[in-house]
Design a protein around this ligand. Structure first.
Ligand code: 1GP
Length: 266
């Protein structure tokens, strides 16, 4: 659901570091995804990304977005009937995090509309965007204009996206990418280490990117615990994303505990 202040204002850096749960629709049934999202939101997640795998069909993505939206709407309604509860806490945006021009659902509130800035391939710089944009316009899905920058070790997205990976010492380079993103009018940059990365984006890289004012900084890939989440937050991340570590936990109590630890730490 789109928060009352509007999506762009909500996503914009607000001086706090907030948590995003990334749900991969290829990894679980829609109802399971919705339950896991509710647990995360109860523990303090403030945005939901849907996507991840490169070959997920539109139908699966759509069913997952619908199930999550319905679950959140029910919570908003329940809270609106109870004067002791705050319904705004359930108005959490469901954002597509696409692996290409496929995997788009009109049930989503928005999309990270990304340029993989350090790709060597036209396909990831502008090609997939060209194919997807007319559908986003038709469905009324709001873009969050995002410079996507893949850092070492990069993982599958680094390979498929033909990225010239940013190495941990290349702080000037990442700063220049951030300046470039801002000059393109992008609102956001996403520093990505790759899903399931052995090591997250380094502190120095995040700090340098965060120096550029007026950009919202998302950091993801390989964040698995409170310590790595806190490191990214202290370095200046506005949002941190966890995907793999939450997908690995089939026990909802363990998921709740981990979410609590990570969100408390940031
Ligand atoms: C992947 O940044 C996201 O695109 C999340 O990474 O799966 O390692 O949490 P993880």
């Amino acid at each position: 659901m789109i928060p009352d202040e509007g999506l762009q204002a909500y996503v914009r850096s607000n001086g706090e570091c907030r948590h995003i749960i990334l749900v991969d629709p290829a990894e679980q049934e829609p109802e399971v995804a919705a339950t896991r999202v509710l647990i995360s939101v109860e523990e303090g997640s403030k945005m939901i990304f849907v996507g991840g795998s490169t070959d997920t069909s539109n139908e699966i993505v759509h069913d997952t977005c619908l199930a999550i939206q319905e679950a959140l709407e029910l919570r908003v309604f329940a809270a609106s009937q109870n004067p002791e509860q705050d319904e705004d806490r359930w108005k959490i945006p469901v954002i597509l995090f696409p692996g290409g021009a496929h995997a788009i659902s009109p049930a989503a509130d928005g999309i990270t509309f990304m340029m993989l800035m350090n790709s060597k391939s036209r396909k990831w710089l502008v090609g997939e965007q060209l194919r997807g944009a007319p559908h986003l316009l038709e469905y009324g899905i709001e873009p969050i204009s995002t410079g996507y920058i893949v850092c070492h070790p990069g993982g599958k997205v680094g390979e498929i996206g033909e990225a010239e990976l940013i190495m941990s010492g290349e702080t000037s380079l990442v700063k220049n990418y951030a300046i470039t993103a801002k000059m393109y009018g992008m609102s956001t940059i996403y520093l990505e280490a790759g899903s399931g990365a052995e090591s997250p984006v380094s502190k120095d890289i995040i700090e340098k990117a965060a120096e550029i004012t007026g950009l919202t900084v998302i950091v993801g890939g390989g964040i698995r615990d409170a310590k790595s989440a806190a490191t990214a937050a202290i370095a200046g991340a506005d949002w941190i994303v966890t995907g793999t570590v939450t997908e690995e936990l089939s026990d909802n109590n363990q998921l709740r505990q981990l979410m609590r630890e990570i969100i408390t730490a940031i």
